[in-house]
Design a protein around this ligand. Sequence first.
Ligand SMILES: Cc1ncc(COP(=O)(O)O)c(C=O)c1O
Ligand SMILES: N[C@@H](CCCC[NH3+])C(=O)O
Length: 443
Amino acid sequence: MIAMTAMPSVAEAARGPWSSSTWFGPGGEATLAGVPLVRIAQEFGTPAYVLDETDVRLRCRAYRSALPRAEIAYAAKAFLCRAMADWVRAEGLSLDVCSGGELAVALSAGFPAGRIIFHGNAKTPRELQTAVAEGVGRIVIDNIAEIGRLAALVPLGRRQKVLVRVVPDIAAGAHAAVRTGREDQQFGLSIASGAAGEAVARVLAQPALVLAGLHCHLGSQITAVEPYEDAARVLVEQMARIRETHGVVLPELDLGGGHGIAYLHGERGLDLASLAARLTAAVEDRCAGLGLPAPRLIVEPGRAISGPAGLTLYRVISVKKALNHTYVAVDGGMSDNPRHALYGSPYEVRLVGRRPQGGMRTVTVVGHHCETGDTIAENVPLPADVHPGDLIAVAATGAYHHSMASSYNLTGRPPIVAVGPEGARLLVRREEAGDLMRRDVGL
Ligand SMILES: Cc1ncc(COP(=O)(O)O)c(C=O)c1O
Ligand SMILES: N[C@@H](CCCC[NH3+])C(=O)O
């Protein structure tokens, strides 16, 4: 079991942002669950996303044992393919989806619709229709317009469970672009403006809908517990207000995801044990103070389940000395990892597969796209003798990499290779020129 305690173990600290089955040897050897990364690169080509199945499963289990009474809904937007949906199902988690595409992949993998939560600030009428038709367990109301629209889609004799997403007005998250808990952004319904209260009243007035609880999502890559405690208190107070106004006691409280991970050696992610203890206490204490029964907690981790389990393998194409920097250019880039371009995110990079000669030097790892901003890792140490043909690995790329990948410059997205107890296997094949042309209807 992966220990997620306040103090990382010596082994964890040494491993840094690499997945639990990764091993680096003194001569440049690098393996995942015993499979050499060099062999994966030879067999599946580069760039390639490599996913540690055991690590994903252990993280699912760590959540379930830290929060045994809560519902853990993996956020599919971090990374989803059919095998991933199957692992999540088998580990007893629910699934949070935010599009018709994610829903289709989950259902085609046999994920039970009743364990799916459907989100989105602008769900299309078609997405709502499919979600209802497929029997999705809960739909998160995120605007007033979709309340009537959704109710009209529910067949006679059935009722659809919903949560109402509210804005707790709490600032948290690693970058302005991923903070969703403050007023004046496009997600959730404002408590302060009265929109949240109006949505609750409208849902309660629809016989086809059942209001199961409130929802919020603060943002992403949050490493402190306090914002979650604050959000829990704000939402419990709203639940008490709903009981006073409407005489309804809501059974569920969904505090979203956003749990941060380490991307670099020495960094700490959100501490799961401490989150579990303090969040549960915050909900129970506030409920006791208000005379409310404690609702069932739901959390929606995405990055914290799949992020640390992934790495990306690239082949070095060129090494160029510019006036002030050395650029190591690889065969991928912002099409498989847009996170540096979007958020300035830092990454840890390692040479794998050979023993370096000489010391280290500071380099910037760039991609092969036609943009100066196509950077993967800025000013990172790599062996001074790094040269074309070398293999390098980038850590913690299991979340928001494949799911945010594009086919910019018509390069095609990398494959996803899983490594588990039975060795390496392809989950999603490389996107080839033929795939890209399939949508092009021709001359
Ligand atoms: C509603 C909702 N839930 C869960 C998540 C998962 O976030 P993270 O991957 O940061 O845990 C997100 C994305 O930030 C989200 O928008
Ligand atoms: N895509 C972002 C996080 C946004 C999460 C979705 N609400 C990232 O890579 O960090």
